[in-house]
Each structure stands twice: as structure tokens, then as C-alpha cells.
Write a protein that binds this ligand. Structure first.
Ligand SMILES: C[S@@+](CC[C@H](N)C(=O)[O-])C[C@H]1O[C@@H](n2cnc3c(N)ncnc32)[C@H](O)[C@@H]1O
Length: 266
């Protein structure tokens, strides 16, 4: 019988893993539908290696469970499970990313539990969101560091990880911005300090973003996020008779101010 993440953490006796208590039920809720799937998982930040062992127990049919850590001491870690492998080095280095991607070109689950420095979180997301499979989940842990100066964060600090992910919530609603003909290569003047050439179109397939205490989960959809056609059910309309055409698209009104704010030219 499948075990929950919470149960596996409570029972775990091998290499140590260190996570906050509130994360475990979040993982139980979000990972349940992947538990039996042949997934590829990447965790940035391995430390003592326990989380990789637990993911291997939890995702019974996982194909690969890859951990990446900058600490050379992680080379001592040995895993009996052949599905688990380590990549040693700074996840921000192109050569290290190449090694991570040599195991598989796309990952179904990516967990960033690395340095927690705000710039690193954003840069890692920039590089790896593109390698998240459609339907996959990208998790950022320990976002409390986004508020702390030691990690180059602070409340509402424009270059913090939280402000970056908050700005992505607007991208979920990209089709409603009302700035017609937004070019795919348009580079946003959003929180770009740690994300060179932030193109909203690169994230147009984000299906949802969910924030929990210190966590952010980003789900990639299977294509550009769309509100879909109008669903009109029922035969009797006593209050509002002017019904929209079933299946019709959302008529997005042109937003002149937004258009100007984005500095787009006619
Ligand atoms: C919080 S620990 C990871 C804990 C582990 N995921 C667990 O659940 O037990 C953070 C790890 O990230 C690693 N790390 C820090 N910066 C990194 C970077 N730039 N690239 C890869 N790993 C990094 C550190 O060496 C450290 O072992």
C-alpha cells in the first residue's frame, strides 16, 4: 500500500532529511496524483541525502530521482536505489545543469531546496521551469528567506523571490491584460534584476501558482493558459435573458493604460 510523505518522514531511519512540518501535508496533497507515475524528480539541495531516499520510497514507480548539491561532502552519500543519483556542483553553473539534464531532458517534479538566496531561487527557476514537463510541479521551499536580509530579501523588496513569484501570478492571467497583440518576445519590466529578459510569453503555460507558508508551487499546464469557452447550462433564464453564445471566447477589452504602461507601440 502507498504511504504518505508524512508517514515516510515519521518512520524514516536512514540518511537525515530536514524539512518544516507544514510542508509534509502540502506534499501529500500535491504529490498524491504522481505517486504511482513513472516520474523524473529533481531536488536542488541534498545535504544529508534523506529527502532523496524518502522520495524514492514515496514515488514507487519513479524513473529517476536526481539530487544536485554544491557541497563536495555530498560525494560521500551512497544510495542503494539505482534510480537515485547525485550531481555535484552549483546548480547555476551551465555545466552542472547539463549534467542534471543528461539524466533526463524534462522533469515532472522539481524542488528547489538549495541556497535559498533570493537571486539563486529566481535564476534556478528561470533555467529549470523550461525543463518542467507539461503537467509538472515546480516547488520552492523556505521562502521565509525571501523576507530576510541575510539572504538578500526583505518584505516587498522588488528583487526578492516572493515578489518575483507574485509577478508570475499576473502571467497566469496574461490573456486578460487587454494589451492586444502582446508580442511573444516582449520583455517585461517586471522584477527582472535576477531574471534577464523576463518574457511573460515564456511562462504563458503556467496553469496555477499556489502559496503556502514558505512554499510556492507552480504547475505547468499542457499549453497556453486559457480561460476556455463560455459554458452556458440550463434552459430557463428569468433574470438575465441575454445569454452569451455557448463556447464563445472571452471578449477582452483593450486596456489603453496597460498598453502604455507596458510601453508597447501601436
Ligand atoms: C536545506 S539543505 C537541503 C536539505 C534537503 N533537501 C532535505 O530535505 O533534507 C540545502 C542544501 O543546498 C545546497 N546548496 C546551496 N547552494 C547550492 C547551489 N548553488 N547549488 C546546489 N546546491 C546548493 C547546500 O549545500 C545544502 O546542502
Amino acid at each position: 500500500m502507498s504511504q504518505t510523505v508524512s508517514y515516510l518522514y515519521a518512520e524514516h531511519r536512514e540518511y537525515v532529511s530536514d524539512k518544516w512540518a507544514s510542508y509534509l501535508p502540502v506534499y501529500d496533497r500535491w504529490f498524491a496524483s504522481y505517486q504511482d507515475a513513472p516520474i523524473h524528480l529533481l531536488e536542488v539541495g541534498v545535504q544529508n541525502g534523506g529527502s532523496l531516499q524518502i522520495w524514492a520510497k514515496y514515488f514507487v514507480n519513479a524513473k529517476r530521482i536526481i539530487g544536485c548539491d554544491i557541497n563536495p561532502k555530498c560525494a560521500q552519500l551512497e544510495f542503494d536505489d539505482p534510480r537515485v543519483a547525485l550531481v555535484l556542483g552549483d546548480v547555476k553553473a551551465a555545466a552542472v545543469r547539463e549534467q542534471v539534464l543528461a539524466h533526463t531532458e524534462v522533469y515532472d517534479i522539481i524542488i528547489d531546496d538549495g541556497s535559498h538566496k533570493n537571486a539563486d531561487i529566481i535564476k534556478t527557476f528561470k533555467h529549470f521551469y523550461a525543463r518542467l514537463a507539461p503537467g509538472g510541479i515546480y516547488v520552492v521551499e523556505d521562502l521565509h528567506c525571501s523576507y530576510w536580509a541575510k539572504w538578500h530579501g526583505g518584505l516587498w523588496r522588488s528583487d526578492s523571490a516572493m515578489e518575483f513569484f507574485k509577478s508570475l501570478t499576473d502571467v497566469v492571467n496574461l490573456e486578460s491584460w487587454g494589451a492586444k497583440l502582446l508580442p511573444a518576445n516582449w520583455v517585461a519590466k517586471l522584477k527582472t534584476k535576477h531574471h534577464s529578459r523576463f518574457k511573460p510569453a515564456d511562462y504563458a503555460d503556467i496553469e496555477s501558482i499556489c502559496f503556502y507558508n514558505s512554499m510556492c508551487l507552480i504547475v505547468k499546464g499542457h499549453g497556453p493558459n486559457s480561460i476556455g469557452g463560455r459554458v452556458v447550462a440550463g434552459d430557463v433564464a428569468l433574470v438575465h435573458a441575454a445569454l452569451p453564445k455557448p463556447g464563445s471566447a472571452m471578449p477582452v477589452p483593450f486596456q489603453k493604460k496597460t498598453f502604455k504602461k507596458l510601453k508597447l507601440k501601436n
